[in-house]
Design a protein around this ligand. Structure first.
Ligand code: BTN
Length: 322
């Protein structure tokens, strides 16, 4: 690829300017093509200084996530112990599915720098630009009935929320069922996909997408009012490797807690971190719209609301508008 060759030329001349003309001549491409390749590399996190009559100089390369670095930070027994870090994939969900079909062990983790077809809930697309976020999926094999998958999404939201708060100090909260928000803007989405056999889960793929180091200009204008990143909210660049290790630690602790004590303690932790409870909510469910005050979770993890007639209602799935 031309951008690789261009990058290599700049890397071979650390601290030096190379003119657009020379780049174009050495790579046998037009000046416009040089400019386009520079912009593509900028989108991937490379930073250049461009000075007229001198040319381009590489001043910053993006950090990559390295499997060995994650492993060296891990405090877990199984989560993330088998790790695959990939550059570009369609979606880490499908990578884990393929590994699961080849009998990968519980806790196997796939991290990608970029996803070209990132998947969100309810068939939505998940924008996953290179080097800026955490796009990862983990394989779990809970020997539980199918209904556990819904509780696992809540458990994951609690784990990620605790890890982000601990590592960055930002005031992250959970919107039912599993979006993480800061002051109403989303910065993390969770997608749990599961395969079952005879009423029992065969395996679950826990997908986590976190906007970490995007700056305001990296967030598409049409979603700036509803989306944010850890960097924007904390005013500092975040170490993705450290965050991943922290998230896996929290998730493993909660998963063990679930296996020992069931969903109740997880439900309480979820309620404590929730920005939904106590609020008037409008919920779009497959059966239509419902509104009321969110009052808590029921023992299965469904949302309890009190409607305008004072009736308690249970919402099993849907999308909330706060
Ligand atoms: C949502 O809020 O709609 C859920 C978004 C989940 C995104 C993550 S990123 C890693 C994993 N791979 C995907 O394609 N999706 C999940």
């Amino acid at each position: 690829m031309e951008s690789n060759r261009l990058l290599q030329m700049l890397l071979d001349h650390p601290g030096q300017y190379i003119s657009g003309e020379e780049l174009s001549r050495r790579l046998s491409i037009s000046r416009t093509a040089v400019w386009k390749q520079i912009n593509k590399l900028r989108q991937d996190g490379y930073e250049f200084e461009a000075v007229s009559r001198k040319g381009y100089r590489l001043i910053h390369s993006p950090e990559r996530i390295h499997g060995e670095d994650v492993l060296s930070r891990l405090q877990t027994v199984t989560f993330g112990r088998q790790i695959h870090v990939m550059d570009v994939v369609k979606t880490t969900q499908d990578e884990v599915r393929a590994l699961a079909e080849q009998d990968a062990v519980e806790g196997t983790l796939v991290i990608a720098e970029e996803q070209t077809v990132g998947r969100g809930r309810q068939g939505r697309k998940w924008y996953s630009p290179s080097g800026k976020g955490i796009w990862m999926s983990m394989l779990l094999k809970p020997r539980q009935p199918i209904a556990f998958a819904a509780q696992l999404t809540l458990l994951t939201a609690v784990g990620v929320c605790r890890a982000l708060r601990k590592a960055t100090g930002v005031d992250v909260g959970i919107k039912w069922p599993n979006d993480l928000l800061i002051e109403g803007r989303k910065l993390c989405g969770i997608l749990v996909e599961s395969i079952s056999e005879d009423e029992l889960l065969k395996y679950c793929i826990v997908g986590i997408g976190i906007d970490v180091n995007q700056q305001l200009e990296d967030i598409p204008e049409e979603i700036r009012s509803v989306a944010t990143s850890l960097r924007i909210e904390s005013d500092s660049k975040q170490d993705r490797t450290l965050l991943i290790a922290e998230i896996l630690y929290e998730l493993e602790q909660l998963y063990n807690l679930y296996n020992e004590e069931g969903f109740a303690p997880i439900g309480h932790l979820w309620e404590a971190l929730s920005v939904t409870i106590g609020r008037q909510v409008l919920i779009r469910t497959p059966q239509g719209e419902s509104s009321g005050i969110a009052i808590g979770l029921d023992p299965s993890g469904a949302l309890l609301i009190t409607d305008q007639h004072g009736q308690e209602r249970t919402i099993y799935s849907g999308e909330i508008q706060l």
